[in-house]
Ligand binder design. Structure first.
Ligand code: ZN
Length: 472
């Protein structure tokens, strides 16, 4: 089977670019850099990820909304920290037709400032709360660094949930639910991750605190897939999102947001893929099983019949399958589906039929075996489950092997991946370590872990651990 020119273990970033091309996920030739065209298979994969997110939104009682793309400057400027944080990243619309706009509009970099003026109209009394909404839209950020498909782009496919609550405590319950959503979702995607409480100087503009969701890519760099923000009433005050309490008083709402982006697809490609192409976890694969008829002249009919029957039975059991009837060699078919990362391949030929068997081949480890036709559905389900678990286990191994807890900067220097060092809690000391290690501050563990050692910079007792990594 053909393999990528660049091997994943030799140069991950180059391999990543090659695999995105090979699997035909997006077209980067669009004449605006960082604004890529989603090609059919890439878009299908993204939609399947979105579908898993929507399922989570249904079980947690969030309502889907869709707000306009354009935001008036005056709405955007109401929360000062927010505008400071995003000021250099937004695209402005200055003209409409031939007229210069009296007030500029911007393309949403995220939708707080589009939604909150409207939330202030929607929310009147405590009976309107909690308000739990989400949307899946495109957002825009003016990236000046080098762009990379799904990982650093200027038009971003984005999920954002926005919630309003009666008080801080109820908003905290939402954050807890958000963490549970992340746990369920990323397990389905076989993507182990870590939560990091971002340091104050690096939290989301306007937030009370921010928790990021980070995965480790095989290059040793971390990739932030999403974040959860507790706003307290920081936005509710300038946007006047208030309600009448049960005893007739007025109070400001407490708010949270939850954002995740197309980077999830970047992580699926980068973490699970290999030198033959994508490897899709079964729960997100648009086709979970591809059935290849092995045709010999004169024996086409029973083979095709058996393939069709299996496809029908899989369909009835909720497994997405496809029979590849194209008139090309089986080898070429194998290659095509391997590149696309289809988790399981079934081969059925006349000899298999004689033995009342089918052949099952796993995409992730290439394991091949014959199973009885009579128990094919059960065997296929078991194999799909094994693939999910095995992908998760391998990714978890990568994460665990590249997370290091050490006490001195010297020990941290040559380590790949994420390092944790004692931290006294000051910005200066963390930035000093960032500089020496040439890594970024990821944040502290959210479990409020105590650390009995001292800060490697100032020598004062550490309050907790701080994580550092090279990031995308
Ligand atoms: Zn210190």
């Amino acid at each position: 089977m053909p393999e990528t020119k660049v091997k994943k273990s030799d140069d991950f970033n180059e391999w990543y670019n090659e695999i995105v091309e090979l699997a035909d996920l997006c077209d980067k030739r669009y004449p605006i850099k960082g604004m890529n065209v989603w090609k059919p298979y890439g878009w299908k994969l993204m939609n399947h990820v979105d579908q898993l997110i929507r399922e989570e939104m249904v079980i947690t009682d969030h309502q889907e909304v869709n707000f306009p793309l354009l935001i008036p400057e005056s709405s955007f400027k109401k929360e000062e920290e927010h505008i400071e944080g995003f000021g250099s990243e937004v695209y402005w619309v200055t003209h409409a037709g031939l007229n210069k706009l009296e007030e500029k509009w911007l393309l949403r970099p995220t939708s707080e400032t589009a939604m909150y003026p409207v939330f202030s109209l929607w929310i009147r009394s405590h009976a309107d709360l909690p308000l739990k909404t989400y949307q899946i839209v495109n957002t825009f950020r003016y990236e000046t660094k080098q762009t990379r498909a799904f990982i650093r782009v200027r038009e971003i496919h984005f999920f954002e949930a926005h919630t309003c609550h009666v008080d801080f405590k109820d908003a905290e319950r939402q954050i807890k639910e958000d963490k549970e959503i992340a746990n369920r979702l990323f397990e389905k995607l076989s993507l182990p991750f870590i939560f990091n409480k971002r340091p104050d100087w690096d939290k989301f503009a306007g937030a009370f605190y921010t928790i990021s969701i980070d995965v480790l890519m095989p290059s040793g760099r971390t990739l932030q897939l999403g974040s959860v923000h507790q706003y307290k009433d920081n936005f509710a005050k300038p946007y006047e999102i208030s309600y009448e309490t049960e005893d007739g008083k007025h109070a400001y709402c407490h708010q949270t947001t939850y954002g995740m982006s197309e980077r999830i697809l970047g992580a699926l490609v980068g973490i699970h893929g290999d030198n033959k192409g994508l490897v899709m976890p079964p729960k997100v694969a648009p086709i979970q099983v591809v059935i290849i008829p092995i045709i010999f002249k004169g024996k086409e009919k029973p083979v095709l019949e058996a393939c069709k029957n299996l496809c029908k039975k899989l369909d009835e059991s909720g497994i997405k399958s496809h029979v590849d009837k194209r008139e090309i060699t089986p080898g070429n078919k194998y290659y095509d589906w391997e590149v696309k990362g289809v988790p399981l391949r079934v081969e059925i030929g006349p000899k298999d039929l004689e033995k009342k068997e089918i052949v099952i081949v796993r995409r992730d480890d290439g394991n091949k075996k014959s199973v009885l036709q009579s128990s094919s559905i059960k065997s296929i389900k078991e194999e799909l489950d094994k693939i999910s678990k095995s992908l998760f286990k391998n990714a978890k191994k990568l994460l665990d092997e590249n997370m290091h807890r050490v006490q001195t900067i010297e020990e941290a220097k040559d380590l790949k991946g994420i390092v944790e060092l004692p931290w006294c809690g000051t910005e200066d000391c963390a930035l000093e370590i960032e500089n020496i290690l040439e890594r970024n501050t990821l944040g502290e563990p959210i479990e409020n872990e105590k650390c009995k050692y001292s800060c490697p910079v100032c020598g004062k007792p550490a309050k907790t651990w701080m994580r550092y990594a090279k990031t995308y």
